[in-house]
Write a protein that binds this ligand. Structure first.
Ligand code: HEM
Length: 421
């Protein structure tokens, strides 16, 4: 049965496509002594998200060398709660609203850049935009060289599935020249710089790095290594997935003339910049449908049971791992008729429950940047569509590619752009 684990690792989405139609809405990747299941039935997901106090998140072998072993992405128990209490409020509500003018400027500049071009490589352009946004929120302005180095480090290991496999499985001793030793050298130099960074305490809006470094409860003082882990984690989590989401949304809009026309009409009829979902309902629905049909994170985090117990009507042994499968949950034809069709109408005037629509995962580990990501998607898409017309993508341009634990469009996805008619 471990064959299914290998198929997931090597075939990725084609494996998920093959199992998504199973009536049991789950697949067992491994059996005892350490069973691992992917789940997507709404009732099962709701129960998993309710029972997370008896589960912990395991560190990922792929991400740990990048984000560090004290990363909040792997924290559990009270330390995890403390991180969420500090980071969560900084990324929603009034504190997020404070960053809207800066995000608007970044979105408009990104749109202006396209207005001067005939075509652009979408994933690379989108990563530059989202890197600027998370850089502004986390470190304040003026750290673009440092941010680019984080992006280059990520690219070095996740840029292609082949690079990820080499980085994951070929780790010779450090003195041997290899992708691994180059990665370790660049990572360590970057960490040293992050440790000595002194973010401004306040620059209009509070800078998240300064709050993390403030030593205030519930986190208390972080040493340099722990702070560097959190900065790399937040830059990584905060821009990779959002860049994929923006790139996918432009891809879907480019291929759907009617939806794009309706959205342009909505934008033409309103001065709103997209910072509020209520002002531009079709724009919001387009972004949500894009996250449904091509969720950047196809799986949420692996939850491992810390005690023997009963769940989903069955007894489970400690050590069992349960993973919500976002991709399969979003492709259930009884919930989403013709799930392979891009149809933003599914989200117009309708809110989906968290166990049926979960691009940001759920429960106590639900994405802390969900509000920021939605805001950023809407504002960037609005700025682009107001400035340029998009050309049609090619027939093979939408084949998803693995990017570490996430799913992105092909790195070469290129769209033609021209003046608005
Ligand atoms: C469209 C963009 C994004 C998507 C699709 C996405 C998706 C996810 C998913 C699926 C998880 C795991 C949730 C779970 O296991 O239940 C997650 C966790 C997380 N995300 Fe995002 N994310 C996005 C953008 C962001 C942004 C902009 C930030 C900002 C810093 C961010 C920060 C985080 C953090 C800190 C966690 C860990 C939460 C925890 O473990 O408590 N994400 N995200």
């Amino acid at each position: 049965m471990a064959i299914d684990r290998l198929r997931l690792s090597f075939q990725g989405l084609s494996f998920l496509d093959a199992v998504a139609a199973r009536p049991e809405r789950s697949v067992r990747l491994t059996r005892a002594p350490a069973p691992h299941l992917l789940l997507w039935a709404a009732d099962d997901l709701a129960e998993v998200f309710r029972s997370e106090r008896d589960m912990c998140l395991e560190q990922s072998d792929t991400l740990r060398p990048l984000v560090g072993s004290t990363s909040l992405l792997f924290a559990n128990g009270p330390r995890h709660d403390a991180y969420r209490q500090v980071i969560g409020p900084a990324l929603r509500g009034k504190r997020l609203t404070c960053h809207i003018p800066a995000i608007r400027t970044i979105a408009e500049q990104a749109g202006d850049e396209l207005a001067m071009r005939r075509s652009f490589v979408v994933p690379e352009w989108a990563r530059r935009v989202t890197l600027r946004v998370i850089g502004h929120i986390l470190l304040g302005d003026g750290n673009s060289a440092l941010l680019t180095r984080v992006d280059t480090l990520v690219e070095q290991i996740l840029g292609t599935p082949w690079r990820t496999l080499r980085y994951r499985y070929l780790r010779p001793p450090a003195p041997v020249p290899s992708l691994w030793s180059a990665f370790l050298r660049d990572r360590d130099m970057l960490r040293e710089e992050l440790k000595s960074l002194r973010p401004p305490l306040a620059s209009g809006c509070p800078v998240l790095a300064a709050e993390l470094a403030s030593g205030k409860p519930p986190l208390g003082p972080l040493d340099g290594d722990e702070l560097a882990d959190q900065l790399i984690s937040l830059i990584f989590a905060g821009h990779e997935t959002t860049a994929s989401a923006i790139a996918w949304t432009l891809y879907w809009l480019a291929g759907h003339d009617r939806v794009r026309g309706d959205l342009k009409a909505e934008l033409a009829a309103s001065p709103a910049d997209g910072s509020s979902a209520a002002d531009l309902p079709l724009l919001d629905a387009v972004c949500r449908e894009s996250l449904r049909i091509t969720p950047p994170a196809t799986l949420a985090g692996n939850r491992t049971l810390t005690t023997d117990g009963e769940l989903l009507g069955r007894p489970w042994a400690r050590g069992t791992t349960l993973t919500p499968c976002v991709y399969a949950a979003h492709r259930q034809p009884d919930l989403y008729p013709r799930p392979e069709r891009f149809d933003p109408g599914r989200f117009l005037g309708r809110k989906w429950p968290g166990q049926q629509y979960l691009p940001f995962g759920g429960g106590t580990r639900r994405c802390l940047g969900a509000d920021l990501a939605m805001l950023e998607m809407r504002m960037v898409i609005a700025a682009v569509l107001r400035r340029v017309e998009l050309g049609r993508p090619g027939p093979r341009d939408g084949i998803p590619r693995r990017r570490g634990p996430a799913m992105g469009p092909p790195p070469t996805l290129t769209l033609a752009v021209g003046p608005c008619p």
